[in-house]
Design a protein around this ligand. Structure first.
Ligand code: MG
Length: 388
């Protein structure tokens, strides 16, 4: 068996939403199809992925380096010992040939997206949902039948009123979610606190609400927000400052008692190790939110989990960023704390299978082979056309 082609395309997300730091009007994502010669039901098996949200499409690196390296390799060197399936680790190693250490995000998103698409193909060839394949390989076969899931919402958008924001949060609760997240840092502190108090009236208590500052604050403002937010005992305070300012993160952790969160802008195991070594992050309390397709993919994510375990971090402290079926499969398969959800935003790239059910803050898993994009009609149409 072999990979016969790998295709990619950039798709605009078409969103007017904004966080504290930028809007999504130019946002794009790369969709990838890894096409194999394995036939199932008269069709070639293809694996799909996209590079999540928040980082732009990265087709240039894929076309110039990573796709040609895979297609140039002897196909026999890319398959597992059974000879019947692809070996994601061997394909990853092929993509990493002639790559210099460090400088991760220049390549980690392109490589990670292709790697996750390979996993989709691997699970389809095995005839199993990806979450089951991951549970068997990385979690002693333990698999939940549903996964804790929270809404990454509360965006800023043009003309928004506080009532609009409360209505949004009511919709999330009515849909079955029990934990919601809202943006902070896009308005002056006093206005943000008024917004937050209005949302708390809807959700009921601080442990049902997280906030996300999207790396906005320098030291003084980060400390001011930490002081103002502290009494609300929120579920977590996400990305208060630059993701690589480990000294400031450590200072915040020394004065802010409730959980902090970060990680969606860290792209390597080494960066995450530096966070837990030098960023003051507290094992068992704080939250780490790596986005696996943006950070070299699933194999690297497994290595990061091993590194964290050696530093006494439980898997339940990990909530992968992304709000899509890739993160959901990974959260289920590795037995993580939960997954994010972006209901109704990012068009075809937000949300889960069309038949997924949310109940009491958890989401059901599907039995579709692979990641399960086939159950997401709008997104699968884009993927199917790319592979055709
Ligand atoms: Mg975030």
């Amino acid at each position: 068996m072999r990979i016969v082609n790998i295709r990619e395309t950039a798709i605009p997300l078409k969103s007017k939403l904004a966080n504290s730091s930028f809007d999504f009007t130019e946002m794009t994502t790369s969709v990838v199809a890894v096409i194999t010669d394995v036939m199932q039901d008269g069709k070639q098996v293809s694996g799909f992925a996209f590079n999540s949200t928040g980082r732009y499409a990265c087709g240039a690196q894929m076309r110039a380096r990573f796709i040609p390296r895979i297609l140039a390799a002897d196909p026999a060197t890319l398959i597992d010992t059974s000879g019947a399936n692809l070996d994601p680790a061997k394909i990853f190693a092929q993509m990493m040939r002639r790559e210099k250490a460090g400088g991760h995000s220049e390549r980690s998103i392109a490589i990670g997206t292709i790697e996750v698409a390979v996993w989709d193909a691997v699970a389809k060839i095995a005839g199993k949902p990806l979450h089951r394949v991951l549970a068997e390989r990385f979690n002693s076969g333990k698999l939940p039948d549903k996964v804790s899931c929270y809404v990454g919402g509360g965006w800023y958008w043009p003309g928004q009123t506080i009532k609009d924001l409360q209505d949004e949060m009511r919709r999330h609760l009515d849909a079955g979610y029990t934990l919601v997240k809202m943006k902070v840092g896009g308005l002056p502190l006093d206005d943000d606190v008024r917004r937050l108090e209005a949302v708390l009236k809807v959700v009921g208590s601080g442990d049902r609400l997280a906030v996300d500052a999207n790396c906005k604050f320098a030291r003084a403002e980060a400390l001011a927000y930490a002081k103002a937010l502290s009494p609300f005992k929120l579920r977590w305070f996400e990305e208060p400052c630059d993701p690589l300012d480990f000294a400031l993160l450590a200072e915040l952790a020394s004065v802010y008692e409730p959980p902090l969160a970060t990680g969606e802008n860290l792209y390597s195991t080494q960066d995450v190790e530096n966070l837990v070594r030098f960023g003051g992050f507290r094992a068992g309390r704080d939250i780490i939110q790596i986005d696996p397709p943006q950070a070299y993919g699933i194999g690297q994510y497994a290595r990061t989990i091993d590194m964290l375990a050696a530093n006494a971090w439980p898997r339940t402290s990990l909530f992968p960023h992304g709000g899509n079926q890739m993160s959901l499969s990974i959260a289920a398969g590795f037995g993580l704390g939960g997954a994010e959800s972006y209901p109704g935003v990012f068009g075809d790239f937000g949300g889960f299978a069309d038949d997924a059910r949310i109940e009491n803050g958890t989401i059901t898993l599907s039995d579709r082979p692979g990641i399960g994009f086939e159950g997401q009609a709008g997104l699968y149409k884009i993927m199917r056309e790319l592979a055709a």
